[in-house]
Ligand binder design. Sequence first.
Ligand SMILES: C[S@@+](CC[C@H](N)C(=O)[O-])C[C@H]1O[C@@H](n2cnc3c(N)ncnc32)[C@H](O)[C@@H]1O
Length: 277
Amino acid sequence: MSQEAWQNDLYEQLAAGSAQEVNPIAGGLLQTLDDRRFQTLRTALLDDLHLYPDASALEVGCGPGILLEPMHERVGTGGKIAGLDLNPHFIQVAKRRVEMLEYDNATFVTGDCHALPFEDGAFDAIVAEKLLMHVGPISRIISEMKRVLSVGGRLVLTDYDPFTIMTAGPDPALTSRVLASASKVYASPNAARETAAACVQAGLYIEKVHGHLMVFEDPYSKTVSGIANVWYEHAASGRLVDRGTARRWLKAIEMTAKEGRFMIAIPYIITVATKVR
Ligand SMILES: C[S@@+](CC[C@H](N)C(=O)[O-])C[C@H]1O[C@@H](n2cnc3c(N)ncnc32)[C@H](O)[C@@H]1O
């Protein structure tokens, strides 16, 4: 299949909702749109963002337009919504969703968060969920977000801490080693711990830093089996543990799920900052 045909096929399948088979990462993100745990986190982020009618809001690292509908609800038809992501497949999906929902105030662009293609002070509110851990240096990206934020505007950033995830089943010491190895895939695995300080360094005022623990207790949750498999692959590639050890860890989680003792908890840190000048 040519590259172009493959991409069109991917777009079609993403739009048709069978993305998981085509692109597990895109599919995984689309699945989280409906998951009540992610919805709870996203509601908390938007509450922190203090959106109001006619405000202009940007999501950086928006994937397939994760916050499109709830942002639209809050800023109304007089507001402005923008999304930016490095992955053109996601942006294509987001654009299709805008068309389907018949919103005429939402724009999605493919771009890099290191150089946002927006004017200074263009947005009243900016949010980024699980972006900073994938990019770096985070101080540079936060400065860039500050640039496109209006004075008085709010910035809400969240990432989870990959080193402190809890799982029932495997020995906690093994879990720590596996997750430390898996964390090597992230450009900024310490993002959750360092975002607030980076905001201060960028000259932003920190309004609040708080936590959100996302708990998965459903052993049959597709989201979680997907995540555990991804961590297993990452851990093996991180080389702090060998593949056999990582597999033993995954098997212990699967065994726990079979026995109905399943639990994974992922700690998120949410940083809320404002631009005072
Ligand atoms: C883990 S996903 C999170 C997506 C979404 N915010 C969510 O919470 O489900 C990270 C996203 O960041 C995007 N991304 C990675 N590097 C980026 C960059 N340099 N600029 C913009 N987006 C980037 C990826 O394409 C991906 O959509």
